[in-house]
Design a protein around this ligand. Structure first.
Ligand code: APR
Ligand code: ZN
Length: 246
């Protein structure tokens, strides 16, 4: 058994879409990912295109309405991370996911490095509201609802391609990565920066990197161990091994 399991210090976790596929939310780049199956869908997530093209915004609001995350519930992988934290271990989660399943599972420290899909912001003023409220306006006949305060464009509180990440989120993510003794990268192709580079921050600070992912990633060479089995099985097993009750 690899000795990283015996390390007793803080555990950092970077999660990606692959931890939520068992909850019915497709990932992006996996064999049946959203971008894999429909490359132009990625255009919906590009900030410049979104701001410039009203027709694309109408499709984005429909995609938000139809997002399977609305019906999703946390799965055994999310719950395994809660069990790890409840055992008394210091666990910090950096998630690239916008589905809030970690929070719904009961995880406390969750840094949403790519934002979340349940809040709406105006790109021109400080107005914010809930996605549910705004989707109510879409259902009532506004295909591309404008900001009620300034008439500006509204968008989900997610980080789109071409947007800056929130500096506080990055700072919190770096703190988790540089203080971790073990850094688990779970369900991410580790192709999007700066999120993926948290793996390098952790390893540079002396952590053992453990990658739990069905497919290869650019960080595989840095890993103390790579686990290819399905995350829904792998993560509960790893937590049992870490807690010594497997
Ligand atoms: N078990 C193991 N691996 C899985 C499972 C599973 N059940 N389901 C999916 N995977 C793996 C896929 O093989 C893939 O390598 O999870 C990985 C998910 O990678 P991506 O789809 O690229 O998702 P992610 O890394 O989170 O994407 C990062 O890109 O599109 C943007 O902002 C979006 O946050 C997202 C970011
Ligand atoms: Zn506004």
């Amino acid at each position: 058994m690899t000795d990283w399991r015996a390390r007793r210090g803080p555990i950092g976790v970077l999660t990606g879409a692959g931890i939520s596929t068992d909850s019915g939310i497709p990932d992006f780049r996996g064999p049946r990912g959203v971008w894999t199956e429909n490359p132009i869908a990625e255009l919906l997530s590009t900030y410049q295109n979104y701001v410039a093209d009203p027709a694309l915004r109408v499709r984005a609001w429909q995609a938000r309405r139809d997002n399977p995350a609305w019906q999703a519930t946390p799965n055994p992988a999310h719950l395994a991370l809660v069990r790890l934290a409840e055992s008394g271990r210091q666990v910090g989660i950096i998630t690239q996911n916008i589905d809030r399943l970690h929070q719904r599972a009961g995880s406390g420290t969750v840094v949403e490095i790519h934002g979340n899909m349940f809040e709406v912001v105006c790109i021109d003023c400080e107005f914010t509201t809930s996605m549910a409220t705004t989707l109510g306006r879409v259902a009532a006949g506004e295909p591309d609802p404008a900001c009620p305060d300034c008439g500006g464009i509204l968008k989900a509180a997610t980080v789109m391609f071409g947007q800056q990440l929130d500096s506080d989120a990055i700072r919190e993510a770096v703190h988790i990565a540089e203080t971790a003794e073990v850094f688990l990268a779970v369900g991410s192709s580790l192709q999007v920066e700066p999120a993926a580079s948290m793996c390098a921050v952790a390893v540079d600070a002396g952590a053992d990197l453990v990658i739990v992912n069905a497919e290869q990633t650019p960080y595989d060479d840095y890993a103390a161990e790579i686990i290819r089995e399905p995350i829904g099985d792998a993560l509960p097993r790893l937590v049992s091994e870490i807690l010594g009750d497997s």
